[in-house]
Design a binder for this molecule. Structure first.
Ligand code: GLA
Length: 504
């Protein structure tokens, strides 16, 4: 009997293990983090840019926070070498020492090297694509020491239009990467075409769900045609998609995210200058709660201190990197009379389950309130709505207990501290003290030493936010939220069963 139970236990463990590693390469068990040059540099890529940025990622403590991959986007090659297997040739002007040298230097800094190609005849920028050359290209990438592949969808020669055709095309590269024996994170970039959330998890670690992000909160753009209730069903993803457009698309498919396989909401725009501070806070909060990969998309050489402070918020990143890997879901959204220039006025509540930090029977819960109205709003979220997944109409047992509401933005690094980090970097040439910026400021989280999972287990206060208020049974989480801003809380169960004196 005991043996039988043991066997059953082993089978369950095997099932769980296989479920956890969807694509079976053991990577992106939590959403990948890093930096990609596309949003701020487009085709203007070079070895110098990558290595300067990499040094800053280290100096500014971003590597310690988990931003690991330095991803080179489009426009890096000059074609194929007919006398050497038709392998891709790196542009020698942009990469005078070759890609392997870039990889070596990134690895020496403790970072990973991300590469870009396209499941088509050409890349989106018109350079040689990998369609038909998957094996030779995967081998080249592995030889160079590449750790990550972003794989685009332009010029796909009509090999799209249904899920089977698209998934088969992307699977060729998955198999080629696996065959190299080098663990290479596989990031699909087909913009949500042919519903990659239905098939991506079996072959890849993430899949883009929309056209390209744009540095705007809610500006509509006809080049990103899909919005509204059918936004997810998009035959023409386009580009110039606002943050709220992508948020709407994500809301329908949050259940598709799981450890090893993530909905990719596209690179971050924080630091690129066109949104307000509140909008960048909301954008970062949303991407974190939805379990999107967190890929920086700004020019780190000129990052404003206030944006470095947003990107460095370990308590928010800990939501993204939570070991349970379950995406928050939208619980409600409704319009208000306070409409902005683009017609936006909606308030939204998102919530999602996190790993328990008390070790008790109740999981922590992330609560995200987003104010899309044109003015500051007092927003309320009832426990009944926050925990609706565990029981409709307030019947969830979580509604009957008390919670700490821990404000995850309360401990945002001050602008002065962020500026001190920037000033202390040797890579910016600003360093006056000769010390590395990661030594500046006490109490910064280092996820390369202690994983977020372990830090949460340890109750590390850097990850838990500030207790703002406690919420009683059937209570309400309340926050004053700026125009186009967000409030983000970790709810943590207060001990139950302690009888009050007069009940004894
Ligand atoms: C597509 C992708 C972008 C970027 C460009 C490069 O538009 O979606 O993220 O990689 O191509 O040309």
């Amino acid at each position: 009997m005991a043996f039988k139970n043991l066997l059953r236990g082993a089978a369950v463990a095997a099932f769980l293990a296989s479920k956890v590693e969807a694509v079976d390469n053991g990577l992106a068990i939590t959403p990948q983090m890093g930096w990609d040059n596309w949003n701020s540099f487009g085709c203007d890529v070079s070895e110098t840019l990558l290595l300067q940025t990499a040094q800053l990622i280290v100096d500014y403590g971003l590597k310690d926070l988990g931003y690991h991959y330095v991803i080179l986007d489009d426009c890096w090659s000059i074609g194929r070498n007919a006398s050497h297997n038709n392998s891709l040739i790196a542009n020698p002007e942009k990469f005078p020492n070759g890609m392997a040298a870039v990889a070596d230097q990134l690895h020496a800094l403790g970072l990973g090297f991300g590469m870009y190609s396209d499941a088509g005849k050409y890349t989106c920028g018109g350079y040689a694509g990998s369609l038909g050359y998957e094996t030779v290209d995967a081998n080249t990438f592995a030889e160079w020491g590449v750790d990550y592949l972003k794989y685009d969808n332009c010029f796909n020669m009509g090999q799209a239009g249904n899920q089977m055709i698209s998934s088969a095309r992307y699977e060729v590269m998955a198999n080629a990467l696996n065959a190299t024996g080098r663990p290479i994170l596989y990031s699909l970039c087909n913009w949500g075409e042919d519903y990659p959330w239905n098939w991506g998890s079996t072959i890849a670690n993430s899949w883009r769900i929309s056209g390209d992000v744009y540095d705007s909160w809610d500006q509509p753009d006809s080049r990103c045609p899909c919005d509204g209730p059918d936004a997810w069903n998009c035959g023409l993803p386009g580009f110039h998609c606002s943050v709220t457009n992508i948020m709407n698309k994500a809301s329908f498919i949050v259940s598709k995210a799981q450890p090893g396989a993530w909905n990719d909401l596209d690179m971050l725009e924080v630091g690129n200058g066109a949104m307000t501070d509140a909008e960048y806070v909301a954008h970062f909060s949303m991407w974190a709660a939805a379990k999107s990969p967190l890929i920086l998309g700004n020019d780190i050489r000129v990052v404003p201190a206030k944006d470095l402070a947003i990107l460095s918020n370990a308590a928010v990143i800990a939501v993204n990197q939570d070991p349970s890997g379950s995406s928050a879901a939208r619980r409600w959204m409704y319009s208000t009379d306070s409409t902005d220039a683009y017609g936006g006025s909606a308030l939204q509540l998102w919530s999602g389950s996190l790993k328990s930090t008390t070790g008790g029977q109740y999981n922590d819960m992330v609560v995200l309130l987003i104010n899309g109205a044109n003015e500051t709003m007092v927003m309320n979220a009832t426990l009944a709505d926050i925990f609706v997944d565990s029981g409709a109409a307030g019947t969830a047992r979580q509604v009957k207990i008390s919670w700490e509401a821990r404000d995850l933005w309360a401990n945002r690094m001050s602008e002065a501290e962020a500026q001190a980090i920037i000033d202390a970097s040797s890579a910016t040439g600003n360093a006056t003290n000769g010390y590395n910026a990661t030594m500046v400021g006490s109490g910064r989280y280092n996820a390369t030493k202690t994983s977020y999972a372990q830090g949460l287990k340890n109750n590390d206060t850097l990850l838990l936010g500030n207790v703002t208020t406690t919420v009683g049974p059937s209570g309400t989480v309340t926050a004053t939220v700026e125009r186009h801003g967000a409030a983000l809380f970790r709810l943590r169960a207060l001990p139950t069963g302690v009888k009050k004196r007069d009940e004894l």
